[in-house]
Design a protein around this ligand. Structure first.
Ligand code: NDP
Length: 244
């Protein structure tokens, strides 16, 4: 008899942190679908059977269509990880409207579209788990206004959805990573708004995070061990948020 695996959708799961989250959830026993605008899977290492579906999270109609297709093919979405995110690096006075809206579209509107589309389905199916990826930049980050703003908004949305759906079996929590050597961080270093030496001096653990350490927190939050957690944000940052 084939045992049906719970379906986990990871947005932006083709690369970086999302890729490692997918690998961890697959190892935990999920059927993982990386929903990404990047064609195919570009993360390194054994892919653990992760499937890919094309999705641009800024298009709510596409989100609905892709989620319906996934459910028709594989069964109810049990887990959503809202991981897709982008950066634009510029001071507020020089930031263009296009740069502002590009980040808000992916990091906030995209997160809401996926949370709502998956949440509605989970409520219908009687339960589910959602993890939104925020950031330590949610406390404010010079040169990255839209990024910091959207990552703070994600914490508010997480708390609100966590409270609204707690009694109906849908748990919503967030993970706020510190600095990890993947796409979003590398763009900052290349753009000159993130300086590796300065950052390392401000991290009590004196090292960058590893994507597998972010994935471990997501794995915990979607597991039954976190059954009493709703609306929370877990910081995985080597102590960065401590006043140090
Ligand atoms: P990456 O750029 O390595 O991976 C993000 C993936 O999401 C890429 O494949 C990207 O595609 C995809 N993506 C971007 N926009 C969309 C979209 N509209 N629809 C679907 N997929 C999209 O980023 P990271 O792994 O570094 O970051 C992952 C998450 O972690 C982000 O939310 C980020 O903000 C957060 N984070 C990262 C930190 C870090 O230090 N790296 C620290 C704190 C939080 P494309 O390449 O085309 O953009």
């Amino acid at each position: 008899m084939t045992v049906q695996k719970p379906v986990a959708v990871v947005t932006g799961g083709a690369a970086g942190i999302g890729w490692e989250i997918g690998r961890r959830l697959a190892a935990d026993g999920h059927l993982v679908i990386a929903a990404d605008r990047v064609p195919g899977l570009t993360g390194s290492g054994e892919d653990a059977g992760i499937l890919w579906r094309e999705l641009d999270v800024t298009d709510p109609a596409a989100v609905d269509r892709v989620f319906s297709g996934i459910e028709a093919e594989f069964g109810p979405i049990a887990v959503l990880v809202n991981n897709a995110g982008i950066q634009r690096h510029r001071g507020i006075e020089d930031l263009s409207w296009e740069e502002w809206t590009a980040v808000v579209d992916v990091n906030l509107h995209g997160v809401f579209a996926c949370l709502q589309a998956a949440g509605r389905r989970m409520l219908e199916h009687g339960g589910g788990r959602i993890v939104n990826i925020s950031s330590v930049s949610s406390r404010g980050s010079a040169g990255r206004a839209p990024y910091a703003t959207t990552k703070a908004a994600v914490i508010g949305l997480t708390a609100t959805a966590g409270a609204e759906w707690a009694a109906r079996g849908v748990r919503v929590n967030a993970v706020a990573p510190g600095y990890v050597d993947t796409g979003v961080f590398r763009h900052g270093v290349e753009a000159g708004t993130l300086d590796l030496g300065t950052i390392l001096s401000r991290i009590p653990a004196k090292r960058l995070g590893d994507a597998t350490e972010i994935a471990a927190a997501v794995s915990f939050l979607v597991s039954d061990q976190a059954a009493y957690m709703n609306g929370q944000t877990l910081y995985v940052d080597g102590g960065f948020m401590v006043d140090y």
